[in-house]
Design a protein around this ligand. Structure first.
Ligand code: SF4
Length: 232
């Protein structure tokens, strides 16, 4: 387990919870807009936090924080993730897991072991545009579709979200994503922000608020509860 970062307080990442966020490095995708490029391209570059340090911190915060967000990178790549989550649950924390959806079996096992309380899964793009936006030319979409189907089955509280990036996404993405996620309650279109540490350094930008609202309207034909996030 490689814990590469700890954000000690977040009021935004875990809906309705006061939480911290743990960053695990390594990812099997290369999304050009990824703002955690160091975790993806150069895993191990930042100083690591030991599991012991993390657990000591969480013991001190019992009663102050009620949740832990586990993000990456892609956390489900780590074989020891279940063991870490068990320790978080033993301390009484709710767990939110961020995932790119490429490991449906691992996701299902963690949910069935009741080690995860909330899942946020990225929908990178419409199926035909997925490989390009994920930065993996030979991407197998089947595991992604399996993760979506599993979450849609209602096994665990969850949301889907898409970081919307110009010029990677077009209206067609949101027409197709709306059809894919039909019947879902929580789907968010997130504005792109250039962190200055992207996987692809140039050529990406955010759409305007008006353009984002146009994409949202397309999605809402099938997912009425869809919303924008991080748009001023
Ligand atoms: S944005 Fe893409 S490359 Fe970055 S961590 Fe998430 S899935 Fe991996």
């Amino acid at each position: 387990m490689s814990i590469q970062g700890l954000q000690k307080l977040t009021l935004l990442d875990f809906p309705g919870r006061v939480a911290c966020t743990v960053f695990l490095d390594g990812c099997n995708f290369r999304c050009p807009f990824c703002h955690n490029a160091s975790l993806v391209i150069e895993p191990g570059r930042q100083p690591a936090i030991s599991e012991e340090e993390l657990l000591t911190f969480l013991k001190k915060r019992q009663g102050v924080l009620d949740g832990v967000c586990v993000t990456g990178g892609e956390p489900l790549l780590w074989p020891g993730l279940a063991q870490l989550l068990k320790k978080l649950k033993q301390l009484g924390y709710l767990v939110k897991l961020d995932t790119n959806g490429s490991r449906p079996e691992q996701l299902r096992q963690l949910v069935e072991q009741q080690l995860v309380d909330y899942v946020a899964m990225d929908i990178k793009a419409a199926p035909e545009n997925y490989a390009r936006v994920a930065g993996v030319p030979q991407l197998d979409l089947v595991p992604i579709q399996q993760s979506v189907a599993f979450l849609k089955s209602g096994a665990v509280e969850h949301e889907f979200r898409t970081t919307v990036v110009c010029p990677l996404h077009t209206e067609q993405d949101f027409v197709q994503i709306g059809e894919w996620l039909r019947g879902e309650q929580r789907y968010f279109l997130q504005g792109f922000v250039d962190s200055g540490e992207l996987v692809q350094a140039q050529g990406l930008s955010a759409y305007t608020k008006e353009e984002m609202e146009g994409f949202l309207a397309l999605v809402q034909r099938q997912v009425p509860g869809a919303a924008l996030r991080g748009i001023d």
